[in-house]
Design a protein around this ligand. Structure first.
Ligand code: PLP
Length: 394
């Protein structure tokens, strides 16, 4: 166990936008004894997990479960459907779109980046018109895939994926639609089949309320067909062997048995609450958080009101304030972890996660910690964000 020099009493308030707090029920299920992953019990359990996860993605198609973080699952998606040198369109929304694009470059893909014209793309959701216009120009169909991030965790912006599919169809373009919903899945509305997504990439440590360590690729029939003739060298990430083993509830390699116990339990909790209720809870907590931000007189990193994230809120601090000092104070004084500003907004913004196993009072605790930390930084808020959020929630 991690040893710290000092002991902070009370519970730790983990309000980064993932990993999110793991509910006790899930933690307990992870602690069950590991079983033989080739034994008879495992096949039954494996089939249950593989069926259950389809409901979370809202798909009838297979979902690949990797022992990997989200980054591994990014790679898994690209190497199964894209050939070396293929041209791919990435839409820049923030740090995670950039990291994914960098990974694509390292894989030898030809990458083109688009974003919202004449705007700071880190403050807006995906503009589907930009994608449509670019695809219409590509009369030779050189672009093999469009890659977008559903919930940009670095900025707190959730993009309209259905609109991106519409744009691809309107341009009558055959590009595949590959979507990162690492931080959206299980918190923000997500419909893999209805939105016509070819591959959805996700991970365990956010809306699914699990520790890090499991990654996902949800597939479409077309993605599976394309993968069968794909030429990119790969082994661990290859879908074909996994899909074959999964038919009987097994994996070709040793799966993360204990994390899968946790996944089984978390999915049970999610189905009991209901996906629509989960999405509504996240929207409500996010709206309460934004009331607090407005009352403090601070700026939301997202300028795109239609794309405010239900998962997290990214808050720009005033000129002269160091957001990381504020975070340090919140951690040391109140045992509250807030998300750091990433990439080009490091030190200029911080993030409040309100995802997964979060309720009104856990959010209120985080908002109190932020308000007190703002005071400690010498900031005089316009009004109390805590009171504003309470008014909204009561
Ligand atoms: N994509 C998004 C939107 C993320 O938020 C993250 C991690 O926070 C990743 C990808 C990368 O996932 P991981 O850190 O699990 O590799």
């Amino acid at each position: 166990m991690l040893k710290l020099d000092n002991h902070l009493s009370g519970r730790h308030f983990l309000h980064i936008p993932g990993p999110s707090p793991v509910p006790s029920r899930v933690l307990r299920s992870i602690s069950y004894q590991t079983i033989d992953h080739r034994g008879p019990e495992f096949g039954v359990f494996g089939l249950q997990v593989l069926e259950g996860i389809k409901k979370i993605f809202q798909t009838k198609q297979p979902v690949i479960i990797y022992s990997a973080s989200g980054t591994g699952s990014w790679e898994g998606a690209l190497v199964n459907v894209l050939n070396p040198g293929d041209h791919v369109l990435f839409y820049e929304t923030g740090q995670f779109a950039n990291l994914w694009r960098t990974l694509a470059v390292r894989l030898g893909l030809s990458v083109e980046v688009v974003g919202k014209p004449d705007q700071d793309t880190w403050r807006w959701g995906v503009d589907a018109d930009v994608i449509e216009a670019r695809l219409r120009k590509d009369t030779q169909h050189q672009i093999k895939a469009v890659c977008v991030v559903h919930n940009e965790t670095s900025t707190g912006v959730t993009s309209n994926i259905a609109a991106v599919r519409k744009a691809i169809d309107a341009a009558k373009h055959p590009a595949l639609l590959i979507v990162d919903s690492v931080s959206g899945l299980g918190s923000a509305e997500y419909r893999h089949d209805d939105w016509g997504v070819d591959v959805t990439v996700s991970g365990s440590q956010k809306g699914l309320m699990l520790p890090p360590g499991i990654g996902f690729n949800a597939l479409s029939p077309r993605a599976i067909e394309v993968s069968k003739v794909n030429k990119t060298p790969k082994s661990y990430w290859a879908w074909d062997e996994i899909l074959e083993s999964n038919k009987t509830g097994y994996w070709p390699t040793t799966p993360s048995t204990n994390l899968m116990y946790g996944l089984h339990e978390a999915m049970d909790m999610m189905m009991t609450e209901g996906l629509e209720a989960i999405f509504a809870r996240h929207q409500r907590l996010a709206a309460a958080c934004r009331h607090a931000v407005d009352a403090w007189g601070l700026e939301n990193q997202s300028l795109d009101q239609d794309c405010y994230s239900p998962v997290l809120t990214c808050i720009a601090v005033p000129e002269g304030m160091d957001a990381d000092l504020l975070r340090k104070h919140a951690l040391e004084k109140f045992n509250l972890s807030l998300g750091t500003g990433l990439g080009k907004i490091k030190g200029k913004a911080f993030r409040i996660g309100h995802l997964g196993d979060c309720n009104e009072l856990s959010l209120m605790a985080a908002l109190s910690g932020v308000e007190m930390s703002l005071g400690a930084m010498g900031y005089k808020p316009k009004a109390s964000g805590v009171v504003a959020a309470q008014e909204f929630l009561k």
